[in-house]
Design a protein around this ligand. Structure first.
Ligand SMILES: *[C@@H]1O[C@H](CO)[C@@H](O)[C@H](O)[C@H]1NC(C)=O
Ligand SMILES: *[C@@H]1O[C@H](CO)[C@@H](O)[C@H](O)[C@H]1NC(C)=O
Ligand SMILES: *[C@@H]1O[C@H](CO)[C@@H](O)[C@H](O)[C@H]1NC(C)=O
Ligand SMILES: *[C@@H]1O[C@H](CO)[C@@H](O)[C@H](O)[C@H]1NC(C)=O
Ligand SMILES: *[C@@H]1O[C@H](CO)[C@@H](O)[C@H](O)[C@H]1NC(C)=O
Ligand SMILES: *[C@@H]1O[C@H](CO)[C@@H](O)[C@H](O)[C@H]1NC(C)=O
Ligand SMILES: *[C@@H]1O[C@H](CO)[C@@H](O)[C@H](O)[C@H]1NC(C)=O
Ligand SMILES: *[C@@H]1O[C@H](CO)[C@@H](O)[C@H](O)[C@H]1NC(C)=O
Length: 341
């Protein structure tokens, strides 16, 4: 009897242990009780991305960011407290009492906040396999905020760069100050919502580079449009003057994104296990070309190359397109409704 109950307790303990271990193994979520403290992290369900603390370049400052879990060089695609680093390892990322995702220092001072003051309690932040962290709250777990709506220097597949022609409101990427300082630098990149939309890089407010106009399938000045890694850009425009740009991954077996470097170069980055980091923006026009483009209305632009993905034209999901949305793309992607941010 005595021995029997002992075995039973041992078995129960083992069971509980396994249960706890399984819970522990699946942590992709931050809550007020399940927070991360430097150097802890969370990993997305499919192991693709990690959210945690890091120091960029030669800096000893600590930042909370998201990077690819399986690239050995930490390559942050998003940073929370980029303008307010920690100078020690006392940092915590957690959910505040009012339901925001926050970064705190050791003195409980808020260095960064998702800053959506909805006052929702019981919210949680989940890192997805797209490299997005989504804050959800309320009884049905509505999305309150996501890192994709507040990008750093990286434009990722499934992210949207947006611009509204009437309001001028934009979601854009901003460069780091230097390779060791991710605070907001002088370069930014996003959509210039003119009648023929283009991607611009600005140095402060001055145009520094532009993609060439959108020809319905591609920006004619971006040679990476023919990338084998991407199945093309998709630019959607609605009646309210909203433009939304996204890129699709041709295959899950590549890691690729677009980044704006600290010195204003915008280009596609991809990684392969053999050669490490590659940058493909070699055909970027010289500054003199840009200046002449900007100074004249009529420019001889090179004839657009045939985009690699044009053959894949077909089943754009017309069901999900609202009447006042116009498709400017013919590649095979599903277009979802634009959400004003
Ligand atoms: C770090 O410092 C070394 C030596 O000063 C320098 O060569 C290197 O470029 C620096 N790295 C970065 C990312 O600034
Ligand atoms: C670290 O930062 C805090 C403010 O966040 C400041 O009070 C402190 O002096 C700094 N420590 C060092 C060693 O720079
Ligand atoms: C939160 O948003 C308000 C208004 O937009 C702004 O004034 C404030 O500085 C923000 N706070 C943080 C911590 O970002
Ligand atoms: C808080 O969230 C958890 C899981 O998301 C849910 O099970 C629980 O019922 C929620 N509690 C309240 C008070 O909403
Ligand atoms: C960006 O603009 C600043 C002045 O605001 C200038 O000093 C700097 O040289 C410019 N950068 C480039 C790469 O042209
Ligand atoms: C990282 O994972 C992706 C799949 O998610 C894979 O295609 C890629 O080869 C991996 N990269 C490295 C450097 O292992
Ligand atoms: C186009 O997308 C649909 C729906 O996602 C998919 O079923 C189909 O295989 C795709 N076609 C091509 C040629 O990629
Ligand atoms: C267009 O943008 C405006 C302002 O940003 C927003 O209020 C509106 O909901 C957007 N329309 C759509 C269809 O997303």
């Amino acid at each position: 009897m005595e021995i029997g109950s002992c075995n039973f307790m041992a078995a129960l303990r083992l069971l509980l242990c396994c249960f706890c271990w399984q819970l522990g193994a699946a942590v992709d979520t931050i809550t007020s009780s399940q927070y991360i403290k430097d150097p802890e992290d969370v990993v997305s369900a499919g192991n693709k991305f990690k959210l945690g603390f890091f120091s960029p370049g030669n800096s000893t400052n600590r930042y909370v960011g998201i990077w690819y879990n399986n690239i050995s060089v930490t390559t942050p695609v998003w940073i929370a407290n980029r303008n307010k680093p920690l100078n020690d390892s006392s940092g915590i990322m957690t959910i505040s009492e009012d339901g925001n995702l926050i970064v705190l220092d050791g003195r409980k001072e808020i260095l960064w906040s998702s800053n959506v003051s909805n006052g929702v309690s019981n919210s949680s932040a989940q890192l997805t396999d797209d490299g997005n962290v989504i804050l959800r709250g309320g009884e049905i777990g509505n999305s309150l905020w996501q890192s994709f709506q507040e990008p750093s220097d990286t434009f990722m597949p499934k992210m949207r760069l947006t611009a509204n022609r009437r309001t001028g409101k934009k979601t854009q990427i901003t460069s780091w100050k230097s390779p060791s300082d991710p605070s907001v630098g002088s370069f930014s990149s996003g959509i210039e919502p003119s009648s023929i939309p283009e991607v611009f890089v600005w140095n402060d407010s001055r145009p520094f580079w532009r993609s060439g106009p959108w020809n319905g399938q591609a920006f004619i000045g971006i040679p990476e449009m023919n990338s084998v890694y991407l199945n093309g850009y998709n630019l959607v425009q609605d009646g309210d003057g909203n433009f939304s740009l996204s890129v699709g991954l041709a295959t899950e077996s590549y890691i690729t994104n677009f980044a704006l470097s600290y010195d204003g170069r915008f280009g596609e980055m991809y990684w392969d296990s053999a050669n490490g980091i590659k940058e493909l923006a070699k055909d970027r026009p010289a500054v003199s070309t840009i200046t002449s483009m900007l100074n004249s209305e009529i420019v001889d632009l090179p004839p657009p190359k045939k985009p690699a993905f044009v053959e894949r034209q077909s089943s754009v999901d017309t069901e999900s397109i609202t009447q006042n949305q116009k498709i400017n793309s013919i590649n095979n992607v599903t277009i979802s409704d634009l959400n004003g941010r």
